[in-house]
Design a protein around this ligand. Structure first.
Ligand code: AR6
Length: 339
């Protein structure tokens, strides 16, 4: 998927460009800036000295030196002064300018820390939502894999109300097969995902079958022709019904063009449960519609799986923001959609 939110040290990340939360001098500092300069080695500072600083909201690019990435993009976020001083627009500009620079240099993957959310004091939850919105907007028109690297879980704070609601829903609905109906959330049942490409599905063509096996009893042919559409066909029909374009659909689902291509063109390609749910969210399907879409690939939503119950909660509440859903999944230690 094009946008991933991960928890890691950005200096250890292997991708084409990493973004540095720098200051106007571009001559290094603390936080992620200090960590990047330390890992890159002294030559990074030498190159930075030639750049003549950088305005707040702007970005400049250098080589990556000893880092695992080819480039470092240095951007200067705003200092948080309560939100009335153009902070949001400046922060959006940091992401846009950095992504534009990455594109200009042919980068296919870029990783961002949460700019301004450390020393510069931008509230982490707001900084994350600016990052997600601005990057998603860019990805709508561009093909790139972008990582938002959150160093601590604090950035991922969903609202207390949402957390309490989801906790209550899990408590009321979670069926642990070992313990019967279960009311404590701490019995963590890890989500189980089928990996991409595993398993097989195909639409059975009766003519093909007849050719393969010779005479096939009429009853069987009849039965097979009444079989439901496969995932790709169902998906296309749903897109049509919802009146959106295919591109809008897979972008909204945070699914890459490559995965979309495989779904549409590879007869034996089976999308993961995670991907199917991402499409259900993008298409704003109801719970029943989602179950139907899942069933076309042999999946279901189970009461003994915490991940499934959280998804069910969002579908019933018609909350289709994939990033809110991911933040919640993350908070409950579940695998996020598209990761
Ligand atoms: N990997 C990923 N994220 C990190 C890492 C890391 N290794 N280290 C810190 N973070 P900050 P700012 C997170 O303070 O707020 C410097 O002195 C951190 O938890 O690095 O934009 C500059 O020179 C936080 O969420 O950057 C400037 O003077 C986020 O990165 C000033 O700080 C950004 O925190 C810039 O402040």
């Amino acid at each position: 998927m094009p946008l991933h939110i991960i928890r890691q040290d950005i200096t250890k990340l292997k991708c084409e460009a990493i973004v540095n939360a720098a200051n106007n001098t571009l001559l290094g500092g603390g936080g992620v800036d200090g960590a990047i300069h330390k890992a890159a080695g002294g030559k990074l500072l030498e190159e930075c000295k030639t750049l003549g600083g950088c305005d707040t909201g702007d970005a400049k690019i250098t080589k990556g030196y000893n880092l695992l990435c080819k480039y470092v993009i240095h951007t200067v976020g705003p200092i948080w002064r309560g939100g009335q001083f153009n902070e949001k627009a400046l922060l959006e500009s940091c992401y846009r300018k950095s992504l534009t620079l990455a594109k200009l240099h042919g980068c296919e993957s870029v990783a961002f820390p949460l700019i301004s959310s450390g020393v510069y004091g931008y509230p982490k939850d707001r900084a994350l939502s600016v990052a997600v919105d601005t990057i998603s907007e860019f990805l709508f028109d561009n093909e790139m894999t972008v990582y938002i690297v959150v160093f601590d879980k604090e950035a991922y704070e969903i609202s207390e109300e949402l957390f309490d609601d989801v906790t209550e829903y899990i408590d009321d609905n979670y069926l642990d097969e070992r313990f019967g109906w279960q009311t404590k959330t701490e019995h963590y049942n890890p989500s189980c995902f089928d990996t991409e490409g595993e398993g097989r599905y195909y639409k059975i063509d009766c003519q093909e079958l007849a050719e393969m096996f010779g005479e096939v009893p009429n009853k069987l042919i009849d039965m097979l022709s009444k079989m439901d559409d496969n995932f790709a066909v169902t998906l296309l029909k749903l897109i049509d019904i919802k009146g959106i374009t295919e591109v809008e659909c897979y972008k909204k689902a945070n699914v890459s063009k490559q995965t979309w291509y495989k779904i549409m063109n590879e007869k034996n390609y089976k999308p993961s449960k995670n991907t199917v749910i991402a499409f259900a969210i993008a298409l704003e399907l109801s719970l029943e519609e989602t179950k139907h879409l899942l069933s076309t690939v042999g999946f279901t939503l189970s009461k003994s799986n915490k991940f499934d119950i959280i998804i069910e909660y969002f579908l019933l509440n018609k909350e289709y923001n994939i990033f809110t859903i991911n933040e919640t999944l993350f908070k409950f230690d579940q695998v996020c959609l598209g990761m």
